[in-house]
Design a protein around this ligand. Structure first.
Ligand SMILES: [Zn+2]
Length: 250
């Protein structure tokens, strides 16, 4: 169980509550964002994406998701019952990076094998979840960054929940770099069979702290509970559990 603690908002004086492990918190009364340890204002860009749905309207994209795709039971939309619809503003770090990778490897798909060199240049808005214990399918989430606006606490709905950050900017940048390197290692392996040498040069352009509206949906179908995550900015399904149709061979 997490212990809730409190500090005073240095902007409006209201209490800001936070849980153990959180390091950046936002006042829900004025939107002031503070670094808990120092009590100082958060010095980087804090943005948000707007949610377009209320708990009734979100049912339409949910039903659409249930109806689409041949892998789902045909009666999923009509027979399932929504048992939870929670809007959560999930904190992320968006690390904008320019990456140059040069590599050398052995191409073994031909005889005799040859040494091959390659180079790639890529740009990313790399997404890092600002929570430690939670799982979020960041790879499946195509963040609609074109809708990004400065954080505005008046846009946060009363029924929504807002999570604070558990990792700081430097940690987020490190994590992004590490994941980019792994990704480029993977890409290089598509080109050569055995890598001899790989060098990445990663230039970080910008790091933005972003709250994104994510709907956590729980639904029941034939006595079992399943989960679905939807992007509140676009209504797009990010990831969802699909009940097995029961037509397996085994
Ligand atoms: Zn405040």
């Amino acid at each position: 169980m997490s212990i809730v603690q409190e500090i005073r908002c240095s902007n409006c004086g209201a209490p800001i509550s936070f849980e153990a492990g959180e390091i950046i918190a936002t006042c829900k009364y004025c939107g002031y964002t503070v670094v808990i340890e120092t009590g100082k204002a958060f010095a980087f860009e804090h943005s948000m994406l707007l949610n377009k749905y209320d708990p009734t309207q979100i049912e339409e994209p949910i039903k659409n998701w249930m109806r689409a795709g041949f892998l789902k039971p045909h009666d999923l939309a009509s027979k399932s019952k929504l048992i939870e619809k929670t809007l959560i503003y999930v904190p992320f770090w968006i690390v904008t990076a320019e990456v140059e990778t040069v590599y050398k490897g052995i191409f073994e798909r031909i005889t005799p094998p040859v040494v091959k060199e390659g180079r790639m240049e890529k740009k990313y808005n790399w997404l890092v979840l600002a929570r430690k214990a939670s799982e979020f399918p960041t790879k499946e989430y195509d963040v609609p960054l074109e809708g990004k606006i400065p954080y505005d606490f008046t846009k946060i709905e009363d029924f929504a929940k807002t999570l604070n950050s558990e990792i700081d900017k430097d940690e987020a940048v490190e994590k992004a770099k590490q994941e980019i390197e792994e990704h480029h290692q993977y890409l290089a392996q598509q080109d050569v069979d055995r890598i001899i040498e790989i060098k990445n040069e990663i230039k970080i352009d910008q790091t933005v702290y972003l709250h994104a509206p994510i709907w956590l949906i729980k639904y029941e179908y034939k006595g079992k509970t399943y989960q679905l995550l939807l992007d509140g900015a676009t209504g797009t399904a990010i990831k969802g559990d699909i009940p097995s149709t029961g037509f397996g061979i085994f």
